[in-house]
Structures are given as C-alpha cells and as structure tokens.
Design a protein around this ligand. Structure first.
Ligand code: ZN
Length: 513
C-alpha cells in the first residue's frame, strides 16, 4: 500500500520546483491577459486576466494566471460575444462573416424555421463556427395549412408560395386554425426557441389567429417575435396600429412579445410608437425591441407591403428610386417589370437617409430604446442572384447582401461609441450581448450563461481594438468583413485568432428550448 504513496510524494516534490513539470502549470486551457474586460451585468470595466477551461470562463482576476496558452490582449476590449437575435443568414459562410462582426450566437427568430428538427439536425451534421438556434416559423405553418401543402424549409417552397394567393389575405377556417396551431406546437415540442411571426407578409391573416398562436406561446412559456402586420404611416392599416396589436397580444396573453426591426417598421412614426412601447413596458407588459443601425432595409420586391392602392404614400412617399437591386437604383419601368415577372428579387429599400441629421435622429430613437437590442436582420450571400455555397471561403468579392449581413455590430459600436459618443462602451456591449441573453433566458436556460463575462459563463468571448473596430460593408460593396476584431472564441475555442479565421474550427452549439 505504501509504495504508490511514496511514488506520489516524489512527484509532489518534483512539482514543488525541483523540476518544472509542465502539467503543474496547465490549470487553465487559455488565459487572456491584460485586456479591458467588460461585463455589463455586473458593471465590470477594468483591466483583468480571464481564464478559460472546458469551454467555460473559470477565473477573472488581477493576479497573473497560467494556462496551456496565454494570449496578451493588452490595449484591447474583451467582451462577451455578441448575440444576434435576427440572423436570417444561417449558412457556414454567413456565420463566418458574422464572426468577424463579433457575433458568437446567431439566432433565426423573426422568420424562424420549419421543421425545427431538420433545422437543428443539418447544423449539427455540418458543424457551425458559432452558436445557432431558431424559433418556429408560423408563416410556413399557415401557408401549409391554407394551401394544403407539406411544410418545407426549401427556399423555393417559399418563393413558389410568394407567387400564389390564398394565404396573405385569407382568414383561416376553424380547421385550418387547428392545423396551424398543431404545426406550431410540433415545432415547440422539437425545441423551437419561441414563435416567429412574419405577420407583415400575411397582413390579412386573422387577428384572432395571431392572438391564439401567441396564447400557445404564452402557455409554453416561450417568447414570440413579430414583424408587425403593416408598414405604413397612413391610417388605417398603419405601423402604429400594427404595434398596438403586438402590445395588446402581449398584455392579453402574457406572452413576452419581441418587436423586430423597430427602426424600419416604424418609419417616421417612431416618435409616436416609442413612447407607446415605453409606457406599456412601465405598466408591466412584457415587450422588448430591436433595431439595426441603417436607414435601409431589404426584402423581396413582391412583398405585400409594395402592392395595393396608395402603398407608396403609406411608406412615407417613396418612389422606385428608393429601391435598389445589386447596388443600382431602379427606374419606375424596372420596378414594375421586376415586381410582375420576378417577385422574389431581393431589393434594398432606402426609407431613411442617415446622412440627414433629422433622419439619423429617428434611427437613434429606435436604436436607443432602453434595453433595446441591436439585431442585424442580415441574410445569406448571393452571387448573380443565386445563393453562394455555404462552404465557400473567403467571401467572394462580388457577393451581394444588405451590408448589415456583414457590418451591423462594428457599425453600431464605432458609430455610437467611438464617433458620436452617444453610448458608453459598456452600455453598447449590453445591447449586443447581455440584453439579448436577458430577453431569452427565462424561456431558454442556456442563455443565462451567455452575454456575460463572468465566472461560470460560456467562454463565448470577442476581443477587439476599439479604435479599429469598424464596418467596411457598404450598399455599393457589401462583401467586406468588419475590421478590428482580433479574436473570437466560441465555447472556449478560437474561431478567429489574430484576425485570421480557422475554417476547421466548428465549436458552435445548438441553443434549444
Ligand atoms: Zn422583417
């Protein structure tokens, strides 16, 4: 019995300094030393060392710590990884571009996915550099029920549906409503993170239907995420009343209702809509909002909001020139032709001009909502109007998307913190990491470990140079990665190190309900 003990004690003597056995210093996998560490929840904003082991943050200290790897990050910001609640880009390529913008968790919550099992299975099989997850796509369930189709995640399934009538402005029968509810419930059973309502794409769907499916979400204890029913400053059918509907449903069902892209949906009526939301929140209605820092949106030219009598006036008096395809503004003839012959064509719609101070002030009202989060609404990358293959890298020079797909977060931080000094760095980081986690964590316990730079949190960490952190993507040339991001660590593993992407790194994990 005493032989092994004697053996151990020799080892113990060795590690007391007689030799320098390497395992004694391997307490941590990785230590980031000397960075400006920011944790918005606790208010920490100080120079600290951060130690990581087994994918978690295990120590934060002013004292020196030793790990298998030590990275000097002096002079750099060490932040919780950013959480994008509105990421339509869900391919490997889209995720890698997002990683350069600081995103470590990209969630598809506005549209959502269907079937949910398939969404998670594909990503688990292929692997992802950053964390991923999706809500249940109500619109797919509705189209399937009303057109009697098998629900599908195929892009061409939705494109075909866009060309057909019978679901955008049709009230569901009681049987169809049962079917929609059953399909959405299935998605929640499979781990969907809530229910995504693209109500604006089926503006004539029933108010009772919207209420009933939100009631289901409330019963299941998950949030709903809504693209409001109308996009218009003119009544009736205004953005204002569409937001009123979301507030009423949150108050009337108890669901946590998240209002997506408040900046674009409000148009210039943000001045009316913002105080209405704030007062509702003060009354205890569970509402949250998101916005992106651009004066232009993106969608397809065939969308319902660009049809019907008086639609131009309704969107604040716009013309074909407010629309661009592949970076080129449209003439009236081009607009009419594309809408008739190719309604799925992706377009940019310039609804506010950020170069005009009064219009920038309107964008600010949406961006600066108290605890309002920044979410990109970014999408996949296209080349000659066809999707770029997911495993493509680097991002092709001529690839096209709204620049928000690449630059939302760097643009937000550089513009609101560095250039205009509207927000402190800590408050800006809260809006891209801690607040999104806080919105989701009641329904999704995994989120309690994200959006924080604290002991016990997931090691989703981004390290960037504040003066260099800038978006490069523009409307004319969107395929440009954000600059200034030095390291991206996801679940304790480097995805980007010293500004270089490791294409073999796929540490992203599923976020599931
Ligand atoms: Zn939307």
């Amino acid at each position: 019995m005493w032989q092994p003990i004697k053996h151990l004690s020799v080892l113990a003597l060795l590690c007391l300094g007689l030799t320098n056995p390497s395992w004694a210093t391997h307490e941590y996998d990785l230590v980031l030393t000397g960075g400006r560490v920011i944790d918005p929840e606790s208010g920490l904003d100080a120079v600290r060392n951060v130690a990581i082991r087994d994918g978690k943050i295990v120590a934060i200290s002013e004292q020196a710590m030793h790990g298998k790897r030590q990275i000097d990050v002096a002079g750099l910001v060490v932040s919780p990884g950013f959480i994008d609640m509105h990421a339509h880009g869900q391919t490997l390529l889209a995720n890698r571009v997002q990683a350069f913008d600081g995103v470590t968790t990209a969630l598809e919550l506005e549209s959502g996915a269907f079937p949910i099992d398939e969404y998670y299975r594909i990503r688990a099989e292929e692997g992802r550099p950053i964390n991923y997850g999706a809500s249940v796509n109500w619109l797919t369930a509705r189209i399937a029920a009303l057109l009697e189709l098998e629900p599908s995640s195929r892009a061409d399934w939705f494109t075909e549906a866009l060309n057909r009538d019978g679901w955008q402005d049709t009230i569901a029968t009681p049987e169809q409503l049962d079917k929609i509810e059953q399909l959405v419930a299935e998605g929640l059973d499979q781990g969907g993170l809530g229910v995504g309502f693209l109500t604006g794409y089926a503006p004539g769907s029933g108010h009772k239907e919207y209420y009933r499916i939100n009631q289901l979400a409330a019963e299941r204890g998950v949030p709903s995420f809504t693209h409001a029913r109308f996009l218009s400053m003119a009544e009736p059918q205004s953005s204002f009343e569409a937001i009123q509907e979301i507030i009423a449903v949150a108050a009337g069902t108890g669901v946590h209702a998240h209002i997506v892209h408040l900046n674009s949906i409000s148009l210039k009526d943000i001045e009316l809509i913002r105080p209405m939301i704030l007062r509702s929140q003060q009354q205890g209605v569970k509402l949250s909002t998101e916005a992106y820092p651009y004066g232009a949106g993106a969608t397809s030219i065939g969308a319902a909001m660009f049809r019907g009598e008086g639609w131009r006036e309704r969107i604040g008096g716009i013309s074909a020139n407010n629309f661009a395809v592949d970076g080129k503004r449209l003439s009236e003839e081009e607009f009419a032709q594309l809408q008739a012959e190719a309604p799925q064509t992706d377009i940019i719609i310039h609804f506010l001009d950020a170069s005009k101070p009064d219009e920038q002030a309107l964008i600010d009202q949406a961006i600066l909502m108290p605890e309002g989060v920044i979410a990109s609404d970014g999408g996949d990358w296209l080349l000659d109007n066809k999707p770029v293959a997911g495993d493509t890298w680097p991002l092709p020079d001529k690839a096209w998307s709204h620049p928000r797909s690449a630059g939302t977060y760097a643009r937000f931080v550089s513009n609101y913190v560095s250039e205009r000094e509207v927000l402190s760095l800590s408050e800006a980081i809260a809006k891209v990491s801690y607040y999104p986690a806080k919105i989701l964590q009641q329904a999704i316990p995994q989120m309690r470990h994200k959006g924080r730079l604290q002991v016990g949190a997931d090691a989703d960490i981004v390290v960037f140079s504040l003066p260099e952190f800038n978006d490069a993507a523009t409307f004319a040339k969107p395929a440009q990665l954000s600059q200034g991001l030095k390291h991206s660590i996801v679940n304790g593993q480097f995805v980007i190190e010293d500004g270089k992407l490791d294409t073999s790194a796929l540490p992203g994990q599923a976020v599931r309900n």
